[in-house]
Design a protein around this ligand. Structure first.
Ligand code: ZN
Length: 285
């Protein structure tokens, strides 16, 4: 099942993508894709609905972030051995974790805003994991029972803010629009193996990232178990699991985003995102 949210910013409704690629309105069945609606029981109820019985979403509707009520947006750093190498870092002995602020979350095709003064805005295609059942001290063997679904994440990153401005990485990770989520929340039954998915990212048609989740160092069940030792996980939390090589910082010479460029990115079975890059001065409101 591919679930989504559609409509203007802040007024999104829940929806479903049917087998013909038509967007269907789920709002008669659930309020939103958040909290308890992400439990296995509620998702199983949604799976029993005949999509043809649901109204079609009007053509041209904006797609919003594929989950609402995100309490934590947790990221794993340097989790692909080949990406660690391109940044000159060692694969860490334990997962590196950092935050994206939830105010960074946006729709998969919304504009990405280069912050004021930024010279080093960069891209990272990543597999996102959406928690459906909370817990703490989760056993690795049972970790996948806590997953509501997977999605594409662009972990947009400002490298100067991340690495040259003192302290943790968070300054460069949580700027507005640095967290496109979606287009779909894809339930685990549609993904045979989350550790064997092709993933790619292009800027203006040039393919910079062309990797696979099969080079992920710390895999999804371990990450869920690991994180739950340090915090309780809750429905709607998003874990972004790291990026393969090909980020702008890893190019020689380094390459960063400029206003007017377009990013396209995708992961096998999870759909595609496309973002226009704009200056902060061009943002609406
Ligand atoms: Zn990342």
């Amino acid at each position: 099942m591919k679930l989504l949210r559609f409509g203007p910013v802040g007024q999104e409704k829940p929806g479903m993508l049917d087998a013909n690629g038509t967007l269907r309105d789920l709002s008669a069945h659930i309020d939103d894709l958040r909290g308890e609606a992400l439990s296995q029981e509620r998702l199983a109820e949604l799976a029993r609905i005949d999509p043809a019985s649901l109204p079609e979403v009007p053509a041209g509707a904006r797609i919003g972030p594929c989950v609402a009520g995100v309490g934590k947006f947790i990221c794993i750093g340097l989790n692909y051995s080949d990406h660690a190498a391109e940044t000159g870092a060692e694969v860490p002995a334990e997962p590196v974790i950092f935050n994206k602020w939830t105010s960074a979350i946006c729709g998969p095709n919304d504009d990405v805003i280069i912050p004021r003064g930024s010279q080093k805005t960069d891209w990272e295609v990543e597999l996102g994991v959406i928690i459906g059942k909370g817990g703490r001290y989760i056993d690795e063997s049972n970790a996948m029972a806590h997953v509501a679904g997977f999605c594409v994440v662009n972990d947009v990153s400002e490298r100067e803010y991340q690495l040259e401005r003192c302290g943790s990485w968070d300054k460069g990770k949580g700027c507005d629009t640095f967290g496109p989520l979606g287009p779909w929340l894809v339930t685990p039954d549609e993904i045979d193996d989350p550790h064997s998915l092709g993933m790619w990212l292009e800027v203006d048609g040039k393919r910079y990232q062309d990797g696979s989740t099969d080079t992920m160092v710390y895999q999804v069940p371990f990450l869920i178990s690991y994180l739950s030792r340090f915090m309780s996980l809750q429905p709607g939390d998003v874990i972004s699991t790291g990026t393969p090589p090909g980020v702008g910082m890893g190019q020689k010479p380094q390459v960063y985003l400029k206003p007017g460029q377009r990013m396209r990115l995708g992961i096998d079975g999870l759909g595609e995102q496309e973002q226009r890059v704009i200056n902060d001065e061009e943002r609406e409101r």
